[in-house]
Design a protein around this ligand. Structure first.
Ligand code: GDP
Ligand code: MG
Length: 207
């Protein structure tokens, strides 16, 4: 009985992206199992699924923790295409990992070119916030980049669990709200198509 029920729960698909060593796996495992794992296999992409309460409603979160395979563009693009929301992670202790977030963002936007930027749930995540004495990326510059992209910025620590739930839950809310918007649009369209002249208005340009 419980199995078919579980399958009916809304499913939100999250992809972890970011350079190697920034803590994608540590964040995922901390969220999934409340554990800080120091030495998770760095080359393994893995997916996880968990039932969680989201604002009073049970949903399922599916997390794809990507790894080295992103170097193969075709595999990476498939991963990104399958994602409904993205946690783009860098380490506040590594400037280079912060620079790379721009590349990940571009790749995601390219793969999801059927959507506008605002339609893609995305959070910029500065991890390893516990390592304050090793900080190379200031909160201000990270916030500035997030603002220029129109996305939220959150600082996390997979070690202390600071803001780990916040990052995943804020992203799930964005995914949920985006799906609701898309459904509304679909319903609107269906209603319109009942009219005789219900086709979507297309922009017309006379040359
Ligand atoms: P990934 O390659 O992005 O999946 O990175 P990992 O999750 O494998 O983490 C790389 C290393 O950084 C591991 O040794 C982790 O224990 C460590 N690490 C990850 N997150 C944190 C964090 O928030 N704080 C600290 N101090 N270390 C972390
Ligand atoms: Mg990993």
């Amino acid at each position: 009985m419980s199995k078919p029920k579980q399958q009916q729960l809304p499913l939100h698909k999250v992809i972890m992206v970011g350079s190697g060593g920034v803590g994608k796996s540590a964040l995922t495992l901390q969220f999934m199992y409340d554990e800080f794992v120091e030495d998770y296999e760095p080359t393994k992409a893995d997916s996880y699924r968990k039932k969680v309460p989201l604002d009073g409603e049970d949903v399922q979160i599916d997390i794809l923790d990507t790894a080295g395979q992103e170097d193969y563009a075709a595999i990476r693009d498939n991963y990104f295409r399958s994602g409904e929301g993205f946690l783009c992670v860098f380490s506040i202790t590594e400037q280079e990992s912060f620079a790379t977030t721009s590349e990940f963002r571009e790749q995601i936007l390219r793969v999801k070119s059927d959507k506008t930027e605002e339609q893609i749930p995305f959070l910029l995540v500065g991890n390893k916030a516990d390592l304050t004495d090793k900080r190379q990326v200031s909160q201000e510059e990270a916030q500035e980049r997030a603002t220029s992209w129109g996305v939220p910025y959150v600082e996390t620590s997979a070690k202390t669990r600071e803001n780990v739930d916040k990052a995943f839950y804020d992203l799930m809310r964005k995914i949920r709200d985006q799906k609701a918007l898309e459904n509304q649009k679909l319903n609107g369209k269906n209603k319109k198509s009942k009219n005789t002249d219900g086709r979507r208005k297309r922009k017309c340009c006379i040359l």
